[in-house]
Design a protein around this ligand. Structure first.
Ligand SMILES: CC(=O)N[C@@H](Cc1ccc2ccccc2c1)C(=O)O
Ligand SMILES: [Mg+2]
Length: 378
């Protein structure tokens, strides 16, 4: 594919309710969207116009990881786009990674560019992303991530609401001071059959092991990222002290990191997030590494718009995704989604069947929520 231009947009979408985690409270989603346009040689040898969308999952502030929206904009404008324009007609989704390898890090920014090129290629070929990735299901079970609430009674009301909507798994955010009481209250209200897990977003240290060991009595599916992103060895040490399986999120930044975490015994489950690992093609490699080692994966979420949600649903349909993920309905976070809404049907989200991502931004909403835009040309 030859890229004619790369459009960068920052969109700001109000969240239905504040989302509190151990690293802060979010009331709005700010995302960098990437759109590529260009042409590629069609099956008959003729040039075919095409275009595609990518969504960068970096937050506005570097609270979840080191990347952030303004940084992703700058690295894409100044370092990633020039490398792709310089590649002329040789840009393919598989080549985006190698073409950008000279730029160190910035995986979320790279993932958004690769996603846009992949969407453009697949739209031109009429192939759905799910088919391209190797999906084996046409719908995926939907879990929900529940933020820290002002009180335990309010938490129980929020969880009751999601269970009434049909979510098949509950994930509770935990943080120092919000651990045993809320999690025990949910377990006691809904009993042992409720699929229940927690996510600390790296809020604890090994000194907290005695507290985290007490979660073992609550029959959790897993405890997600209890320690810091770069604490692989400590996670392995903690894993040996817990019965509850340790799941890593922030720490798994590539298939190589997944292999290291598994070999060290730092992860028995992996939360796969395409943006965090550098793209959907690397996310499939993480899936393959995990499956080869008997480690379960599930698809995490970064409050994506329907663009990223569509791609995550496709990824979550791969065979190794054996645990319900955070691919929730659009309504979990948004009154109105940027694309057609993803809805919960019998606890599942349908995998898109159209070419590429299978969804597009609604033009009027894209215009309304775009706070900044720039078109890059060769
Ligand atoms: C669904 C879920 O819990 N996601 C992340 C945390 C998270 C929380 C808040 C966010 C706000 C804006 C963008 C990304 C965000 C990611 C996680 O699994 O650790
Ligand atoms: Mg997480």
């Amino acid at each position: 594919m030859r890229l004619r231009d790369i459009e960068l947009r920052i969109v700001r979408m109000p969240l239905r309710s504040p989302f509190r985690t151990s690293f802060g409270v979010e009331t709005e989603k700010v995302a960098l969207l990437v759109r590529v346009r260009g042409d590629l040689r069609g099956p008959g040898g003729d040039r075919v116009e095409t275009g595609g969308w990518g969504e960068c999952v970096a937050m506005e502030e570097p609270l979840y990881s080191a990347e952030y929206v303004a940084g992703a904009v700058q690295v894409t404008r100044d370092f990633l786009a020039p490398r792709l324009f310089a590649a002329g007609d040789a840009v393919t989704a598989e080549r985006v990674g190698p073409l950008l390898a000279g730029v160190v890090g910035h995986r979320m920014a790279k993932a958004a560019v690769e996603m846009a090129v992949l969407d453009a290629e697949l739209r031109a070929r009429g192939v759905p992303l799910a088919e391209h990735l190797g999906a084996v299901r046409d719908r995926v079970p939907s879990g929900v991530s529940v933020g820290i609430q002002p009180s335990v009674p309010e938490l129980l009301d929020v969880v009751a609401g999601y269970l009434d909507e049909g979510y098949v798994r509950i994930k509770l955010k935990i943080a120092p001071g919000w651990v045993l009481e809320p999690v025990r209250a949910v377990r006691e209200r809904w009993g042992d059959d409720l699929l229940l897990q927690v996510d600390a977003n790296a809020a604890f240290t090994l000194a907290d092991a005695p507290l985290l060991q007490r979660l073992d009595e609550l029959g959790l599916l897993l405890i997600e990222q209890p320690l810091a992103e770069d604490d692989l060895v400590q996670h392995a040490e903690l894993a040996r002290m817990l019965r509850t399986p340790v799941c890593l999120d922030e720490s798994v930044v590539s298939a190589r990191a997944a292999a290291d975490a598994i070999r060290l015994g730092a992860a028995r489950v992996i939360n796969v997030k395409p943006g965090r690992v550098g793209g959907y093609l690397e996310a499939r490699r993480v899936h393959d590494v995990a499956v080869a080692n008997g480690v379960a994966v599930w698809c995490g979420g970064m409050l994506e718009t329907g663009l990223g949600r569509a791609a995550n649903a496709a990824l979550a349909a791969l065979p190794g995704f054996t645990l319900p993920g955070d691919v929730s309905a659009s309504s979990r976070f948004y009154e109105t989604d940027l694309t057609r809404p993803f809805v919960l049907e019998d606890g599942h989200v349908a995998v898109p069947t159209g070419p590429g991502l299978g969804v597009e931004p609604v033009p009027e909403l894209l215009a309304e929520w775009t706070s900044w835009r720039q078109v890059l040309s060769p």
